[in-house]
Design a protein around this ligand. Sequence first.
Ligand code: PMP
Length: 408
Amino acid sequence: MNAPASLTRDLRADFPGLVTREGEPWHYLDTAATSQKPRSVIDAMARAMGEDYATVHRGVYSRSADMTLAYEAARRRIAELVGGSENEIVFTRGATEAINLAANSWGRANLKAGDRILLSQLEHHSNIVPWQMVAEATGAQIDVIPLTDDHRIDLDAAEAMISSEHKLVALAHVSNVLGSVLDAKRAADMAHGVGANILLDGCQAVPHMPVNVAALDCDFYVFSAHKLYGPTGIGALWARAELLEAMPPWEGGGSMIDRVTFEKTTYDAAPQRFEAGTPAITEAIAFAAAVDYVSEVGLEQMHEDEAKLVAKLRRELTAMNDVTVFGPDDSAGIVSFAIDGIHPHDLGTILDEANVAIRAGHHCAQPLMDYLGVPATARASFGLYSTQADVDALLEGIARTRRIFGKD
Ligand code: PMP
């Protein structure tokens, strides 16, 4: 029996990327890095680049007017995904650019010497470095929340650390290394309790669970399309309307202005004020197609299926006495581990020979690696197309690697 996921067998057929060049099944376990794309997304992108293609927001001809409608419909679709409204969604190049936008616009306008920013030990570099840069520019300081024994962000510790000097809390909703799911509402209540805003890095959350920014009560929420079965080159910043309206632009150029003279330029309203230049038109349309696909499959169903694969893999790995498994048992679709005496890169290379793709490295989370006391981990991550066969192939590959290293 290969497929615990009720929908899995059909779903794999939607993804042309899930076979090797030789036409064999590819056990793709690197979805947390980037997901494979369903045919409907590829087709939507091809159509937008082909028979529907034109620029947006400027053309007086009907093709451009249609494209503008499609681009703005995509914005509405993305807003719907996270329970926000369309005027609160800024299209960005991805989560990284979305955090840089928040840091450079909101951060530079609102932070000053003496203010503090609260991050956690498990953040991705893209939720650390932009804040370090803005801290350096403004004189603000960064504090780091430690992790619990089972590698969650320790909110008890955070509550003891936070003070009225903290103006921003920025945390991963789901860790890209450990799969730990944040109690985001509790974190938001904590931030608001001292008058701080909270940014949630939802890159690894939106592909695994329904997200509603109103229920989470957050102020900023960021994510990337390419981890949600959509294209690279596009993502979104959702920001509470009052916050976004008050934020200054961070990049200047066409499409973000109201009136330009050499004496003074005035800017467009949000969100257009934050989208300088010709936007990623085809990517936005394909992003919306990805949201349609995921909504059709159902995020709850996906989460349930992935949880079974996580549980099985964690159980099997934990039973091996030379393997350390990181993260909590209820990790969202991500299992990081280390085998004594075998570097994750060697494991990854040997697995590749068996058509199993995992990620090996620091996963853009070097402070977390320091905390875990390892230079790197091996990481298997699941998507809606993952099956028991993928887990079995990984376990067989691990057994083979241990034999090659003389460990059996
Ligand atoms: N945050 C997290 C938790 C991530 O997993 C990633 C991607 N690995 C990012 C931020 C950055 O996303 P992107 O590279 O798409 O901008």
